[in-house]
Ligand binder design. Structure first.
Ligand code: C5P
Length: 228
């Protein structure tokens, strides 16, 4: 495969308020990670898939990966993540096959991301050679605040709410990771800090991140229940 997909699933998910880390929380009977893998393995082009899991949940991640990959006749590698998202991505980058030339970095928490979004990001990386991020227009009015006071309204026509998968030419991303000296909240910021262009393509509302209990309820209304 010339596409590698790194699914970061090593966060604690504390804002969700569940006992288990977010990737292992069920959405209508099937875990966030299993549902995310369904989408990734639904891509028409075969990809090397790497799941980055919390150390204590490695075996569980392997079992979920085997179940989903078995159905798709694909293979999924599981590695253990780090203390920050950036360290978790780096752990995934370290195990990519030599043949991989395009890398997608994807949050497992965006469990309902459709295969078509992943495919469109891959296509845009290949077409442009730039970093590619899916984004959606911001619908709320956004204000900058200070100590509870609204200071100014930000022109929302200049804003984009950014999702994953974020896609990059593999070697530039690996070099940008080697050069990174601070912690970034997304891969595009790290990639841009290394001097590369980052381009926005249309995101998909289904690629929303499950962060709060409200998001989990929304996800549950959008999926078919797991067969029992
Ligand atoms: O915390 P947040 O929802 O922004 O995390 C985004 C993604 O990064 C999640 O899928 C989470 O599992 C992952 N992550 C990780 N390793 C960390 C922190 C977050 O893989 N140390």
């Amino acid at each position: 495969a010339t596409v590698g997909v790194i699914i970061v699933a090593a966060g604690s998910g504390s804002r969700l308020g569940q006992a288990q880390p977010k990737a292992f929380v069920p959405v209508a009977g099937r875990t966030v990670l299993a549902r995310c893998l369904d989408g990734v393995l639904g891509m028409r082009e075969p990809a090397q898939v790497v799941v980055v899991a919390p150390e204590q949940w490695r075996a569980e991640a392997v079992a979920i990966a085997a179940e989903v990959a078995g159905v798709a006749a694909a293979s999924v590698t599981v590695v253990v993540g780090g203390a920050t998202r950036q360290l978790s991505v780096a752990a995934g980058l370290a195990v990519l096959d030599d043949a991989v030339s395009t890398v997608l970095v994807h949050d497992s928490a965006r469990a309902l991301t459709p295969p078509a979004l992943l495919e469109s990001v891959v296509a845009a990386v290949r077409d442009t050679g730039d970093g590619i991020i899916p984004g959606l227009p911001v619908s709320d009015t956004i204000k900058r605040t200070e100590a509870g006071l609204a200071r100014e309204t930000v022109d929302r026509s200049t804003l984009t709410a950014v999702q994953t998968p974020q896609g990059f030419p593999r070697q530039q991303l690996v070099d940008a990771y080697s050069a990174a000296t601070e912690d970034y909240t997304d891969d595009a910021a790290l990639f841009a800090a290394a001097g590369h262009a980052v381009r926005v393509v249309d995101g998909d509302p289904l690629a929303f991140k499950i962060t709060t209990p409200w998001d989990l309820r929304r996800a549950e209304t959008l999926v078919d229940p797991a067969p029992t």
